[in-house]
Design a protein around this ligand. Structure first.
Ligand code: SF4
Length: 291
């Protein structure tokens, strides 16, 4: 099975079989993202996908999870996705879960019935980048939707029965919008109440429009302490329940993990300690942070 690089998957899909059903990202416009910049988006043909499934199934050693790469597999026609899911569960008898990245527009374009059908057919978990709840920041970053559309899209996924894992990016508003970013993002996440929430920390990728803005002095990055302060504002504003919160990505200065709302006070306590007693909790140095 030959992959067409670059290939990305969420950290929690490390032991999944990765199947490329699309190449690149159908949106490919976010100002901070360099993931698929040089890759022209297309949905792979049925023949290409089936050839990969055939090869992978020959070496099947009890595949339980499959992640559909690249970006936005949900862009595919619903019927093609339903056929694909059927094949996957036939070829891999021990398969328990299929997951993929989803863009907010993909969710808004599909009818709720279509989404429910996909869920029933075994597509169980969707990963979606909310990034920010601020309309100003979403627009500046060319996310392609506003905060209300983001909420609507995510609620549709949850209403259709999917588990939903969303990411937000601390520092995405720079110094200028730090407080607004935290507060607006908390409001949007509260309205969504996702299954999983991950907070990444902004890393500016060379070659992206945001990198250019930083170089030109139009966007001021947060210091590690300011980034922790913003994270604290975000967590303080969260009122969600039954949500696993993770902030243990390689981009983060301070690894945190807990269930919201049960562990909210504990998370704030750790952040307070890191903020008020610098050095008491070691932060991940910039040179080993990564995406
Ligand atoms: S952040 Fe996601 S949606 Fe935006 S360009 Fe990158 S891969 Fe595409």
């Amino acid at each position: 099975m030959l992959y067409e690089p670059p290939l990305f998957r969420p950290p929690s899909e490390a032991s999944s079989l990765i199947l490329q059903v699309t190449l690149g990202c159908s949106h490919n416009a976010c100002a901070f993202c360099g993931m698929y910049k040089g890759k022209k988006f297309r949905v792979r043909s049925q023949a290409e996908i089936m050839a990969d499934i055939e090869i992978a199934s020959r070496f099947d050693q009890g595949v339980k999870r499959i992640f559909l790469a690249d970006g936005n597999a949900l862009t595919m026609e619903t019927q093609s996705l339903l056929n694909l899911l059927k094949h996957l569960y036939n070829y891999f008898p021990e398969l328990e879960r299929v997951s993929c990245y989803a863009g907010p527009r993909d969710l808004l374009y599909k009818e709720l019935d279509e989404l429910s059908e996909l869920r029933m057919a075994g597509l169980k978990l969707l990963y979606l980048g909310v990034e920010s709840g601020s309309d100003v920041i979403l627009k500046k970053m060319h996310k392609g939707v506003n905060a209300n559309e983001m909420i609507q899209a995510c609620r549709r996924a949850l209403d259709a029965g999917f588990e939903l894992s969303v990411t937000v990016i601390t520092g995405l508003g720079g110094k200028e919008y730090s407080r607004e970013h935290a507060q607006a993002t908390a409001r949007v996440i509260n309205a969504i109440n996702p299954t999983y929430l991950a907070a990444l920390t902004l890393i500016v990728v060379p070659g992206t429009p945001l990198f250019k803005e930083v170089q030109e002095g139009k966007f001021t990055l947060l210091t590690p302490q300011e980034s922790l302060q913003e994270l604290k504002w975000l967590i303080e504003g969260l009122e969600i329940d039954n949500c696993l919160f993770r902030c243990n990505h390689a981009s983060n200065y301070l690894p945190l993990r807990g269930y919201l709302k049960r562990d909210k006070d504990k998370l704030i306590y750790v952040l307070d300690k890191a903020l008020n007693e610098p050095g008491s909790i070691p932060l991940r140095p910039d040179y080993i942070r990564g995406l």
